[in-house]
Write a protein that binds this ligand. Structure first.
Ligand code: AVJ
Length: 314
């Protein structure tokens, strides 16, 4: 991503009547490191749940693909790949002929993932792609190889309903009939459990959010005094939405060199940073149907906190 897009998005977000910065900007090198720490917190349950699903139910997921070999397993935004590895391990040990195709916009992320995967699974056929999801799906579809697309980790939770529909429609249009999509959705559950996952006692999630301001200081020459901002996260069990914010503790002005602009904050003014939507199984089924997919099966962890839902292009 070019710095210029970041500068434009920050400018637009901080000039809006309700200030906002997109959660996609959390993940610079430092932010990705803090996210690794979040995934290790006992309160942040989704990682362990999805690990359990892919470790214990990998064979059952594979059984429902009904693909002719060779096929592709295509992954969007693989991260460290530890969870995906559980699934790939099963396929390799059963001698299945497939290629693993991770797609990411970051060359560095792809190179690290490749090294790591090959270290653990030396027999893996890996065909990494650097670039945009949609153009890559089209390229893969043109080769007529059956494909399972992975969109794991609950990343879909960061999208608003209309964005989810746009994204899934575009995936669907680029896929071939019979291709499958496995998506991770965090499920609605005891609201207190969800609240603790996003408002942790050690303040790691706060640090993750404050890093956005550090990133603006580092990359765009901002002068945010980060100790003059707090973090606030709210779960609304009526609609399944966790929304997270930075809060300006005092009236203040912040200058950003790159844009040569000043942004004014009132006391207690918010910067909205993230949506982490929690779904019901019914909502997931409606979402699938509305975007041209048929649900094959939901694979839940034993606590029913999370699902990897397998869909087929109808
Ligand atoms: C990586 C988008 C799934 O929303 O749960 C973790 C990111 N934000 N804690 C999520 C996140 C705060 C995470 N996703």
């Amino acid at each position: 991503m070019s710095d210029n897009t970041f500068a434009k998005d920050v400018h637009r977000g901080l000039s809006a009547p309700l200030k906002h910065i997109s959660s996609k900007y959390f993940y610079d090198d430092i932010g990705s490191g803090i996210f690794q720490d979040i995934m290790k917190m006992p309160e942040y349950y989704p990682t362990a749940c999805e690990f359990e699903i892919l470790s214990l139910q990998g064979e059952r997921i594979i059984d429902r693909l009904h693909f002719q070999e060779p096929f592709n397993i295509v992954e969007f935004g693989a991260g460290d790949g530890i969870k995906t590895r559980q699934l790939l391990k099963k396929l390799i040990s059963s001698g299945t002929d497939f290629s693993y195709v991770p797609i990411d916009i970051s060359k560095k992320a792809i190179e690290e993932l490749e090294t790591n995967m090959l270290h653990h699974l030396p027999g893996l056929k890996i065909n990494s792609k650097i670039g945009n999801y949609f153009s890559m799906i089209e390229e893969l579809s043109a080769a007529h190889t059956p494909s399972l697309y992975l969109f794991l980790g609950g990343n879909i939770g960061n999208y608003e309903v209309n964005e989810v529909n746009d994204l899934l429609t575009r995936f669907n249009e680029s896929m071939r009939p019979g291709d499958k999509l496995l998506t991770g959705f965090d499920l609605q559950k005891n609201p207190a459990t969800i609240r603790c996952a996003y408002d942790d006692p050690k303040g790691i999630t706060k640090k993750f959010n404050i890093n956005l301001l550090h990133r603006i200081n580092r990359e765009l020459g901002g002068n945010f005094k980060t100790n003059q901002f707090d973090f606030y996260s709210h779960y609304n069990p009526m609609n399944g939405e966790v929304r997270s914010y930075l809060v300006s503790l005092v009236p203040q002005k912040v200058h950003v060199q790159r844009m040569d602009k000043c942004y004014t904050f009132q006391q207690n003014e918010l910067i909205w940073t993230e949506l982490s939507k929690k779904y019901t199984l019914t909502e997931i089924e409606t979402t699938a149907r509305n975007n041209g997919f048929q649900v094959v099966e939901h694979f839940l962890d034993c606590k029913h906190y999370f699902t990897d839902s397998l869909w087929e292009k109808a």
